[in-house]
Design a binder for this molecule. Structure first.
Ligand code: HSE
Length: 443
């Protein structure tokens, strides 16, 4: 990376002109005067790599800028900064590697890439002195990456709890407030451009897990193995769970929970739909909005809130990084991109983590079923704080019912053993729905 003179026009190579790529291109043009005045920098988009240059697009880009080969960007000596927005982890990995190898700063929003290959890419970034910026990879327009890296730098972070997938939050909110069926709510989220091209990542919790890995990396100083995260999605939640949650004083949100246990020197790192108390701020986060609560030993509690998905909020984060990259281009040998500083942070196995839980069983409506389930919990030393069953319009078809147990705090592994016994009770049918209950005592 060579130093740039004040007054020089910096050259940008943009790879990807999909939803976010076109938003970034538009924002760079639309707010050029503002950006140039604020950052005292002038810039041009020099090349744009697309998969198919003939494709019709919503954004007007000069034909002469287009190429179908991203190598034209990373190999162009005149290009100072690369923006990677092609998505996926195969070609994007090659692209980012090649750019860093050539000493070019890279701006990316690719959370799956960082979750999977963060270790190798940050190592290369360090070796080449070429920064990798990734504000858009987590929380859409919320500037959480910069905050964890800079504004909150003096804190030992004890916990991060967040709603960081807009699509699943949109779906859960629509199921709760409008009573929409799951598929209908998902279709709406896709039409609004929130969902990933493969929406299963939004629904099965892995999009949130990728972002959680990025937050944990920033808070604890090292990339973590994605296989260490315990992940459950929202596919199995039914409208009846919202009815029970409401009656019991909660709502349901897909949460990422990152908690440092000092006594064990280990991290709890999990993603799952959870009961959130109705009085907690996170329960108010609706639709595509995200919120991330961070607790640090000096700052105390903070909550960051904003649009976690969509073209413009994500573009705002990307352009923020582009301006940072442009500013830092001028400082030879210095940048504020992430550098791993810790090694070997241990992640707890899910079965050793502890919470209270909500468990819903579908049962044959007959004598003794509550007693049989309660007995199994008791045999595994798990206390019950309340039970409930559906009535009126929420009741199952004749002869069947939903039975809910609110459990005292227990180990996840202990609960799984109890559930294995309960599955053997003939009047319990199908898979139980298990949701953790988050108390937020430490946040
Ligand atoms: N599909 C993601 C979401 C988009 O719904 O949050 C932003 O990563």
């Amino acid at each position: 990376m060579h130093a740039h003179m004040v007054g020089e026009t910096l050259q940008i190579g943009l790879a990807g002109l999909g939803t976010v790529g076109s938003g970034v291109y538009e924002a760079l043009l639309r707010n050029r005067d503002l950006l140039e005045a604020r950052a005292q920098i002038s810039y041009e988009v020099r090349r744009v790599a697309v998969r198919d240059r003939k494709r019709e697009r919503s954004v007007a880009v000069d034909e002469a800028l287009l190429t179908e080969d991203w190598r034209d960007l990373v190999g162009d000596e005149k290009i100072d900064i690369i923006i990677e927005l092609i998505g996926g982890t195969t070609e994007a990995y090659e692209l980012v590697r090649a750019a860093l190898e050539n000493g070019k700063p890279v701006v990316t929003g690719n959370k799956a890439l960082l979750a999977e290959y963060g270790g190798a890419l940050f190592h290369l970034s360090q070796q080449k002195g070429a920064p990798l910026y990734f504000e858009a990879s987590c929380g859409g327009g919320i500037p959480i990456v910069q905050c964890l890296q800079n504004s909150l730098i003096c804190n030992n972070v004890s916990a991060i709890v967040g709603i960081i997938n807009g699509t699943s939050n949109y779906i859960l909110t629509a199921m709760d407030k409008e009573g929409l069926p799951f598929r209908e709510a998902l279709k709406q989220a896709q039409q609004l451009g929130y969902a990933e091209p493969d929406p299963s990542l939004d629904i099965n919790g892995w999009d949130a897990a990728h972002k959680g890995l990025i937050l944990a990396m920033l808070a604890y100083g090292t990339p973590l193995n994605p296989r260490a995260v315990s992940v459950t999605g929202i596919e199995h939640i039914e409208p009846v769970d919202f009815n029970f949650a409401r009656q019991l004083g909660y709502t349901i949100r897909l949460l990422v929970v990152i908690r440092y246990h000092e006594s064990l020197n280990a991290l709890e790192l999990r993603v799952q739909p959870s009961f959130v108390p109705q009085q907690h701020l996170l329960s108010k986060v609706a639709g595509v909005f995200n919120a991330i609560a961070v607790r640090g030993d000096i700052v105390g509690e903070t909550i960051f809130y904003g649009r976690g998905a969509g073209k413009n909020p994500t573009s705002s984060a990307v352009v923020g990084d582009v301006v940072l990259a442009m500013r830092e281009c001028r400082l030879p040998g210095y940048h504020t991109g992430f550098r791993p500083y810790a090694e070997g942070v241990e992640v707890m196995s899910a079965s050793d983590t502890e919470t209270s839980c909500y468990v819903r069983f579908r049962v044959k409506d007959c004598h003794g079923v509550i007693a049989a389930i309660a007995m199994a919990f008791s045999q595994h030393d798990i206390g019950i704080s309340a039970t409930s069953s559906a009535d009126g319009e929420h009741r199952e078809t004749e002869g069947w019912n939903h039975l809910v147990f609110m459990l005292h705090t227990c180990r996840w592994g202990q609960l799984q053993e109890a559930l294995n016994d309960i599955r053997k009770i003939p009047t319990v049918v199908g898979e139980p729905v298990v949701l953790r209950i988050e108390t937020f005592q430490a946040i």
